[in-house]
Unconditional design. Structure first.
Length: 167
């Protein structure tokens, strides 16, 4: 087994299976590991405390939540660089969890203490909507295969919220 510095918070694989993204919350970086060689192919600098990443199905872009950077970094996967920083509106917004809709038209991001889910249009890489008051400190997020429902895991309230994406 090969070891790659720095210690990782989490790792995510691109849909094409070629890349693994390892977020480093203390280094404000994403280490890109090439799966054929298990070597670090790139180190991407991000806004503060990257937490999670989600790829578009074609592996062209990744969205990295940056908790203390109060933003979502849009990464050009081929270029291994942040091409845009999206700043979600609201108070106490700390982007945490992220998931791409099955049709790849939207990215959903939980905001922790912001108590909301931000909806990002992947064509424009802009905030399309904010779903308020989804729970206390929503962190984890998942979407159903048909894209009609979101689930958020909410910290202090120890519950799960169900969101109808159509409304």
């Amino acid at each position: 087994m090969k070891r790659h510095p720095p210690p990782a918070l989490v790792a995510f694989a691109s849909p094409d299976g070629r890349w693994v993204y390892v977020t480093g919350e203390s280094s404000n970086t994403v280490h890109v590991i090439e799966t054929r060689t298990n070597e670090i192919a790139a180190v991407i600098q991000t806004p503060g405390r990257p937490r999670a990443a989600a790829f578009l199905p074609d592996s062209s872009k990744a969205y990295v939540t940056c908790e203390t950077g109060n933003s979502v970094a849009v990464v050009d996967v081929a270029a291994n660089k942040v091409v845009k920083e999206i700043k979600p509106p609201g108070e106490n917004v700390r982007p945490m969890g992220v998931v791409v809709s099955p049709d790849a038209r939207r990215v959903y991001v939980t905001t922790g203490r912001g108590k909301s889910v931000v909806v990002i249009d992947t064509g424009k890489d802009e905030v399309e909507a904010v779903i308020p008051d989804v729970g206390d400190r929503p962190w984890g997020i998942g979407v159903t295969p048909d894209g009609r429902k979101l689930y958020t895991a909410n910290g202090p309230s120890n519950d799960v919220s169900l969101i109808d994406t159509g409304s």
